[in-house]
Write a protein that binds this ligand. Structure first.
Ligand SMILES: [Zn+2]
Length: 284
């Protein structure tokens, strides 16, 4: 068995963590999913329904890594195990430094360096801890999320336990109270709405998301044909299952009835923008 497979078994045995096999990258950095433009190369699950199928059963893990010897390792979070994900490319390191200055420094806890400059702090937390974006580049990942584990490799490099903060040497620290309180506060705050597209848009949310995107494109002056072309791409890459072509055409057509609110030389009046945004939200 490969080192990845052996390590999966070790995490399962030592920590009882539910492990998920992830796609991997080749030497050129291409994701094994085959999508040349994959946005999560080597970081997304190989199996469908992974939150339910993630396991610490040695026989299942052995079978998976025999089938996919190069598969990267992920751990399904929740159930008392959370990760603070710091992405410095989006300012997460500064946001965390500000929070630590206001509250207190994070306690020593198992820590992964992601190879791309990011850091994952693994913590123990109550089971109802929410998955939330605390600040740009700073996310608390819990139930419904997974993170990549060492010794996986993505296009950006090798995932490694930080020296002195290896999970074999250090127990998970409890998530600091101030961080837990902040997570619940952000979750409750009605003004908090992520503008980021979720990686997977499921039935029930597809129409709303695509209509909202179409509205954004229209505000920037896109034509019906341009909007429809974008919707087709996003429909295939994000929607599970994809919406049918007639629905896409309907969204593009209804959004394009509105005048582009932002011609190159003049910003739209606020009321117009709101109409476009709210105008075409179909119920699924
Ligand atoms: Zn991929």
């Amino acid at each position: 068995m490969t080192k990845l497979g052996r390590t999966a078994l070790r995490y399962a045995k030592m920590l009882r963590w539910p492990i998920v096999p992830l796609h991997w990258v080749d030497d050129a950095g291409h994701c094994s999913c085959g999508d040349p433009a994959c946005r999560a190369a080597g970081k997304h699950p190989l199996i469908a329904d992974w939150p339910r199928r993630a396991t610490n059963d040695p026989a299942t893990l052995a079978r998976w890594w025999q089938k996919w010897p190069l598969a990267n390792l992920g751990v399904a979070l929740g159930d008392g195990h959370v990760v603070l994900d710091v992405d410095p490319r989006h300012g997460g390191d500064e946001a965390l430094a500000d929070l630590e200055a206001t509250h207190e420094p994070l306690p020593p806890t198992p820590t992964v360096l992601t190879g791309g400059g990011g850091t994952h702090y693994h913590f123990a937390a109550p089971p109802d801890t929410p998955t939330v974006t605390l600040a740009p580049g700073l996310e608390l990942k819990a139930a419904g999320a997974q993170v990549v584990l060492p010794p996986s490799r993505s296009a950006a490099g090798l995932y490694q336990w930080d020296a002195g903060a290896h999970v074999a040497d250090l127990p998970l620290a409890p998530l600091p109270d101030w961080l837990l309180a902040l997570a619940h506060q952000v979750r409750r705050s009605p003004g908090q709405r992520s503008t980021e597209l979720p990686p997977v848009i499921t039935e029930g949310a597809r129409n709303r998301w695509l209509a909202s995107l179409a509205g954004t494109l229209r505000r920037r002056g896109c034509s019906e044909a341009e909007i429809l072309a974008c919707l087709r791409i996003l429909n295939v890459s994000r929607c599970q299952p994809p919406l049918d072509e007639r629905e896409l055409a309907k969204i593009a057509r209804s959004i394009a009835r509105y005048a582009p609110a932002c011609p190159p030389d003049a910003p739209a009046p606020r009321s117009r923008r709101r109409i476009i945004h709210l105008g075409v939200i179909h119920a699924e």
